[in-house]
Design a protein around this ligand. Structure first.
Ligand SMILES: *Cc1c(COP(=O)(O)O)cnc(C)c1O
Length: 514
């Protein structure tokens, strides 16, 4: 490199920051992150800002000239952070409560620093080896055969798509992999799952060319578990019509209520009809670490494929999901372009993880799991999950014993569905007509929706809802690593206080004029 000789040319730094500058900014950022966590309780969990206000705040022309990193940090804390929904807040209970724990956060920094692409062994030897080790650890933790295939992916939805692709290609006489689905006769391929299953199954059916009409929703029982007899009936009916059962998807930890399908009975049916069983344990899988609720642990073992989400329940930052499959080579056979004889897992144990999914470039996800699992240990992870379960049971017990609340569905996991049902309504319920009950149900739905809206507007907590058989329920997921008993007690106090306000503002409909 020759240096610019003429002083008329200003020296422009075309490279990156100097490493010492990186360290200086990094230290500042770490300090801000520390302060963020130290004061997180003062931060509203979510924001009420409108989309228009947000765009006004953030939309700007492309910066032509460099800006100082100090100003970028300032604006991040001024314009971005106050207008987020804080998933890492201890009072975030919506959807599924997740946490990026500190070792996981630091690991993400190193992952980016190394910027390893774990596509083939040679491109990332230690990353690929560590991925194999971590997959074995995770399989063992959730009670799955650690010697099948596995891969770390970016989410459970894609994992289910890949598993169902492998299930489709298991129908080897159809040659879908090579001939596709179009321009020839193919029997209707059918996927069975419960009416409580996650939307990712229908999305997979769309992408796989199976179609949403071929996702057969099997009724669930009063505890929101798939009814095996109904599954068998549906399969038999389809066979009579000349349709082809492709896969059954059982759920361990459903989205609305955290229920678990009877995997053993479902697995018997799958064996009888030679149908692939995929288990969506995205939420439920890691609770198997908690000794008190390890009831269905052996059941995961029955899946031809299983998905679990460390980014949900294992204190690891987004995005990391594990997909396991008993059938060696089945995942790779769906996605590898080179022939089978170039085996994905070679004699020397080396693996080319790009062969297990559609993704070629892949980040070094295994590292963050390694850091998190090492930092807390299996025992520490189990105890933390157990504590979330304890808090959830406490909350459920409060609601059950309170005259104005009901606990609508019980999950063994740390998920509580509450419904505000003023005592005055409970007392008249048995005496009113069916039409009057319908009116009261609508009223209770409105009451609970308003209660949730006010809770979320308060900024003190953020929860979501589900519509289940009882109607609209407030759904509280507990699982953040920073959530304490105090947080849950405060949440319960706030819910009771807001419930009184809401019932004053929305009066009970008069039943007389029915
Ligand atoms: C969260 C969840 C999913 C989707 O997971 P992503 O990682 O967000 O794609 C699928 N199924 C169940 C049961 C879930 O709880």
């Amino acid at each position: 490199m020759t240096k610019p000789s003429s002083s008329t040319h200003p020296v422009i730094n075309l490279g990156d920051w100097d490493p010492s500058q990186f360290e200086k900014h990094g230290q500042k950022l770490l300090q801000l992150i520390r302060e963020h966590f130290e004061t997180i309780h003062e931060l509203p969990v979510t924001t009420n800002i409108s989309p228009k206000e947000l765009f006004d705040l953030l939309d700007s022309p492309i910066p032509e000239k460099p800006r100082s990193f100090e100003s970028t940090l300032d604006e991040t804390w001024e314009k971005i952070i106050p207008h987020l929904t804080h998933w890492n807040h201890p009072s975030f209970h919506a959807y599924f409560s997740i946490s990026a724990s500190f070792p996981g956060i630091l690991a993400d920094l190193l992952i980016s620093s190394l910027n390893v692409n774990a596509m083939v062994w040679k491109a990332a030897p230690a990353a690929s080896a560590l991925e194999s080790v971590i997959l074995r650890w995770l399989a063992e933790m959730v009670g799955y055969d650690p010697f099948g295939d596995g891969v770390l992916l970016n989410g459970a939805s894609l994992a289910t798509f890949y598993a169902l692709a492998a299930a489709r290609d298991q129908q080897s006489d159809l040659n879908v992999r090579t001939q596709g689905l179009t321009g020839r006769y193919i029997p209707r391929l059918r996927i069975y799952t419960s009416d409580q299953a996650h939307s990712s199954i229908e999305k997979a059916a769309i992408a796989l060319g199976v179609g949403t009409e071929n996702v057969v929703k099997i009724s669930s029982d009063e505890q929101y578990r798939l009814i095996p007899d109904k599954l068998e009936e549906a399969i038999q009916l389809d066979l009579d019509l000349g349709f082809r059962p492709m896969a059954v998807v059982a759920t361990v930890g459903t989205t609305a209520t955290g229920s678990t399908d009877p995997v053993s009975s479902i697995s018997e049916i799958c064996k009888r009809y030679d149908t692939w069983l995929h288990i969506d344990a995205a939420y439920g899988g890691f609770w198997n670490l908690v000794p008190e609720i390890r009831t269905d642990a052996e059941d995961l073992q029955k899946g031809d494929s299983v998905v679990v989400n460390p980014h949900k329940c294992l204190y690891t930052p987004l995005e990391v999901t594990a997909l396991f499959c008993h059938h060696r080579g089945a995942l790779a056979n769906s996605f590898r372009l080179v022939p089978e004889y170039l085996r994905t897992v070679k004699e020397d144990g080396s693996v080319d993880f790009m062969d297990f999914s559609l993704q070629l470039g892949r980040s070094f996800r295994a590292l963050k799991l390694w850091w998190v699992i090492r930092s807390f240990g299996r025992e520490g992870l189990a105890k933390r999950l157990g504590e979330s379960v304890r808090l959830a049971r406490w909350l459920a017990a409060q609601a059950t014993s309170h005259p104005d609340f009901a606990c609508s569905a019980t999950s063994p996991f740390a998920l509580v569905c509450l419904r505000y049902v003023p005592y005055s309504i409970q007392t008249v319920w048995e005496r009113v007509t069916l039409e009057q009950r319908a009116v009261l149900r609508d009223y209770l739905d409105r009451l609970n929706a308003e209660l949730l809206a006010r809770l979320n507007q308060s900024g003190t907590a953020f929860a979501s809802h589900a519509v289940i058989r009882d109607g609209y329920v407030i759904r509280i997921s507990i699982g953040n690593i920073h959530t304490t008993e105090d947080d849950i007690k405060q949440l319960w106090d706030t819910l009771q206080k807001l419930a009184l306000e809401v019932s004053k503002d929305i009066p009970i409909p008069s039943l007389d004029n029915l």
